[in-house]
Design a protein around this ligand. Structure first.
Ligand code: CO
Length: 131
């Protein structure tokens, strides 16, 4: 396994890029709207991982709610797994609370599933299928 990306909630990607790209020096290699999650994302590689900037595309986006409650900041950690269905099964069998019982299509067309913070010690965890 590896950390596929760190998801960072922001009111606006363009504004966030002033820090992450212009000032820090990372490169934004991919921007995409993920309709299913009502977010626009930008992916900035950092070592073998990435920073994922998340901007809400509507008021009822999960990111809108997060920004209201906590302001911007780290929203989730994404771990790459070889077999996402097996990983979900394993977690479920151990009584872990899943947000997604089945994988769905996330950014970059990859299969993803979220694990509830109640089971992880307060971290929203995203599983991403290895490509
Ligand atoms: Co993510």
């Amino acid at each position: 396994m590896k950390i596929d990306h760190l998801g960072i909630a922001t009111k606006g990607i363009d504004e966030a890029l002033k820090f992450w790209a212009n000032a820090l020096g990372l490169e934004n290699i991919h921007t995409e709207i993920v309709e299913d999650q009502k977010v626009r994302i930008a992916m900035l590689p950092i070592g073998e991982s990435r920073i994922e900037l998340l901007e809400p595309t509507s008021d009822d986006s999960p990111i809108s709610k997060f920004l209201e409650k906590r302001g911007g900041g780290i929203h989730h950690i994404a771990v790459e797994v070889d077999d996402i269905v097996a990983a979900l099964e394993r977690l479920k069998n151990r009584g872990m609370r899943l947000i997604d019982e089945r994988p769905r299509t996330g950014a970059e067309g990859r299969l993803v599933a979220f694990v509830h913070p109640a089971s992880t010690g307060g971290v929203l965890l995203e599983l991403v299928q290895a490509t």
